[in-house]
Design a protein around this ligand. Sequence first.
Ligand SMILES: C[S@@+](CC[C@H](N)C(=O)[O-])C[C@H]1O[C@@H](n2cnc3c(N)ncnc32)[C@H](O)[C@@H]1O
Length: 408
Amino acid sequence: MATIPKVVTAGVISIAVGTVLYNTFSRKRRDSIEDEASEPLSSSVKSPLSVPTGESSSDTVEYAQTSITNMFSGLVGTVMINLGVQLGLFTTAIRLKEFTSDQLAIEAGNLSPRLVKEWLYTLTCHGIFEFNPDTEKFIILPSFGMVLSQPGTGAMAELILTMCGRPEPYSAVKEAFKNRGGTSYEDYPGFSIMNHNLCVVKRAKDILVNHYLPIISKELVEKLHKGINVAEFGCGCGHDLNTLAKAFPASKFYGFDLLEDSIKYANDEAKTSGILNVEFHQQDINELKTSETYDFIMVFNVIHDLTHPTKVIQMIHSLLKPSGIFLMADVNSSSHLEENLGRPMPKLFYGISVMHCCSISLGKDGTGEGLGAMWGRQKALEILQAGNFKDIKIINGEPPEVLFVCKK
Ligand SMILES: C[S@@+](CC[C@H](N)C(=O)[O-])C[C@H]1O[C@@H](n2cnc3c(N)ncnc32)[C@H](O)[C@@H]1O
């Protein structure tokens, strides 16, 4: 008979638009992540049957037209935000405080006055700028100015556009619908650089070392200071591992990722920062070749992208030393659609999952498990338990991240 694993759930916090945006809005730090007042994911759902879309909907043609126009405007708004970030239009607007469109164009680097005007008009319609017809001057609303000048906002816009705004993923995903297949990383040009930019701003530098680790285990922090073996699978650009390697020079860190470009970013960062206790390897973790065992293994937002996550979790279990800790960070969601309705984050993450996470997890031939970004806590527990982890603690991370802290 299977042993029932010890599962501790530390409550679930309500989720903002994304880790990046949330981190940039909220500079507050918690002494304990578990102390956060928790709101069940389902609290906003009165009745799944009476609120089928998660919106206060009204079934009229006019309502449908307005809703669809809003959906179209969302993607256009993302493109406008990305342009504004890339061209320095927001930072210039904040610096100028009040300006005509010609002034903004000149001050942002002699940009096209006509295009800057059209861009301003678009975002004034979106409510980001206010226009005074008497003076023909604009101002940016202070709260929008604050959010839009943070690096995370640009990184998030880049992520949405890499997944949803380019022709290559679109064609590949459309094909995957028709042939019951999936996608591969070749279908996402610019993925590594986007991931690199996102990763650098995603978890503010101190979160892992100063906030996550002490909450996960004080004993682990002591061991890291003394010197242990640590692995990260799907390390991407290696920013998290480099941060840890720098903080714990007596320990040895190993990062693995499928993508050559990501490993290059990881090595470049280690080299530039003079970090000597870290190694990065380009490897498919489905076919990992290592004789090492580890005291601490981490995966951040990786498992739901894998074609065979259950097998990989079992492999991780076998590579973990008997007293080791496995940390899995992933999107904080429910595995049940009805519990995700009525919040802004799922609208974004289910769609990103169609365009990337779910499609890539199905694999090009469609035989993968297809978990996707919104696989949820219940499914995650199921897979961790199938991987033989017996002691699993769930801790709220920085939204929208949830941490699964697992022991053998
Ligand atoms: C969503 S990204 C997360 C990256 C990083 N951990 C972070 O949190 O920013 C998923 C990462 O998993 C890597 N990955 C996906 N499948 C993999 C596989 N089979 N073997 C190794 N790495 C893989 C991708 O290359 C990518 O860097």
